[in-house]
Design a binder for this molecule. Sequence first.
Ligand SMILES: [Zn+2]
Length: 137
Amino acid sequence: MSSKKYPFQKTDEEWKKILNSEEYYILREKGTEKPFSGKFNNHFESGIYVCKGCKQELYDSKSKFESNCGWPSYDGSKSGAIEFKKDISYGMIRTEILCSKCGSHQGHIFDDGPSLTGKRYCVNSLSVEFKPNKKSK
Ligand SMILES: [Zn+2]
């Protein structure tokens, strides 16, 4: 376990109270949900995706694109909202993405994005919550 201190800090016991077992597995134990299983995989409403753990705003729906990889994908994040960490697990060299406020696992970032940023933030649906934009009248 990392001993890094985050602004939003909880003990494992406290995390287990606010997350169900599947969410805990992904956010706190760096798990991955099954591809094409997540509720935000094909979700393209206008709004903001916030961290499931601490509610920090992470991605704008404008950054979301259809990647066909089975997980919600974004080509960018809110400034400063994501922490990047080298991940050498499973014999691969990848870059893990975490919420910068609470350290909860989001997924991984890849350099094969189709847009100008060239980035693909590959995120678990269970790592985020969606806040729709207020409809303008
Ligand atoms: Zn968070």
